[in-house]
Design a protein around this ligand. Structure first.
Ligand code: RB5
Length: 148
């Protein structure tokens, strides 16, 4: 299951991505926000990245105004690799090299059509493994050292 979340700055792009996922027949749950009222992006990062971190969801897409704040918050959760992408190549690499389990976009940076292209590139890419897995293992080890 994929989870979707945004603050008010990412709402429009998040809703456009939700429509795109529906078109592609991808099963997802929208964790909000659901209207334009000002909200705090860490709360929506927690809904999505917390569930991914606990293994309750396989992946997620997060959107805030720039994508920066919600990335910072999402990457606090163990096992989460949240990658901000502003073009399809970044999104493809985020999966191929970083096995990003959360894709992040900026609603005030990325137009809806570009957003769809970015999401498609991430969905269609495959993790390359090999030397990239070894690097992810180093990130996991780093995470464990920081916790102890
Ligand atoms: C909210 O105004 C804005 O700060 C937020 O959407 C995001 O851009 C933060 O990084």
């Amino acid at each position: 299951m994929m989870l979707l979340g945004s603050d008010h700055g990412g709402l429009q792009l998040k809703d456009s991505i939700a429509a795109f996922l529906r078109e592609r027949g991808i099963d997802f749950q929208d964790c909000g926000t659901f209207n334009g009222d000002s909200v705090d992006y860490p709360d929506f990062a927690e809904k999505v990245a917390g569930a991914v971190s606990r293994g309750e969801a396989a992946s997620g897409i997060l959107v805030c105004g720039t994508g920066i704040g919600i990335s910072i918050a999402a990457n606090k959760f163990p096992g989460v690799r949240a990658a901000l992408a502003t073009d399809p190549f970044m999104a493809q690499m985020a999966k191929e090299h970083n096995n990003a389990n959360i894709l992040v976009l900026g609603g005030r940076v990325t137009a809806p059509q570009k957003g769809r292209e970015i999401v498609a590139a991430w969905l269609d890419a495959t993790f390359a493994g090999g030397r990239h897995q070894a690097r992810l293992d180093k990130i996991t080890a780093l995470e464990q050292r920081c916790r102890s």
